[in-house]
Design a protein around this ligand. Structure first.
Ligand code: URA
Length: 234
């Protein structure tokens, strides 16, 4: 299982044996979710992944098929943060591969973003909440240190908070997502934008002016412009 999962984010699984967590590494994972994983704990994403695959910091570990860590390019300048894995993601071990993910791909492709090349995708929680419920605050707190380490190691210029859970989990912001979406925020020294979650767009498919899909089209164009500016391409 660990071999198979490591290969999902570009760490060779075969013929090089996957790094197995050593007894000492297991002991380094604070099982008490109130104990933070300090910034700088992981030298690289492979070390982080090794820990995530063995994680038992919250009850979500009990029913997972896969720990869903990331997909895309770990050197990307644009990072997308979702809420947590759904059924497809849990089965495949990759974020945003179900219906929401397919819509997200279309939105990104509409402004010529290539997910594998331009984007790194992760979630607030790495294990599927039962029945796709929102992750509980304790689960978010348990998993947040991994995400903060992913952000530090990937070092993106832009972060998109996809939906209210991602926006609140990272910034602590209290505003509703429909109020705050489309606004650039400075968080952690980075350019960040909360955007509507694709699952919300699937439930609200109208493209009429002012409706969620139209708003997303405005936002993704603004994101493309900022991305090009920051990369000096505009
Ligand atoms: N929704 C999310 O927020 N993340 C996923 O990975 C899939 C659906």
């Amino acid at each position: 299982m660990i071999d198979e999962q490591l290969s999902l984010f570009g760490v060779a699984a075969d013929p090089v044996p996957a790094p197995q967590p050593t007894a000492a590494q297991y002991q380094q994972i604070p099982l008490n979710p109130d104990v933070a994983i300090a910034p700088g704990t992981y030298a690289d994403l492979a070390a982080l992944a090794t820990h995530c695959l063995a994680c038992q910091r919250c009850g979500l570990c009990e029913n997972r098929t896969h720990v869903v860590i990331s997909r895309g390019n770990p050197q990307a300048d644009l990072m997308i943060i979702g809420e947590g894995p759904g059924q497809q993601e849990d089965e495949q071990g990759k974020p945003f591969v179900g219906k929401s993910g397919q819509l997200l791909e279309k939105i990104l492709a509409s402004v010529q973003f290539d997910t594998e090349k331009d984007i790194y995708i992760a979630n607030v929680v790495k294990c599927r909440p039962p029945g796709n419920r929102d992750p509980l605050p304790a689960e978010v707190n348990a998993c947040r240190p991994y995400l903060l380490e992913q952000i530090r190691l990937v070092d993106p210029k832009i972060i998109l908070f996809t939906g209210a859970t991602a926006y609140k989990a990272l910034t602590g912001g209290k505003q509703g997502i429909t109020k705050i979406r489309g606004q650039w925020l400075e968080w952690g020294g980075r350019h960040c934008m909360p955007i509507l979650h694709p699952a919300y767009l699937l439930r609200n498919p109208s493209r009429e002016k002012g409706k969620p899909k139209w708003l997303m089209w405005q936002d993704i164009q603004a994101i493309r412009t900022k991305y090009d500016q920051l990369r000096g391409a505009a």
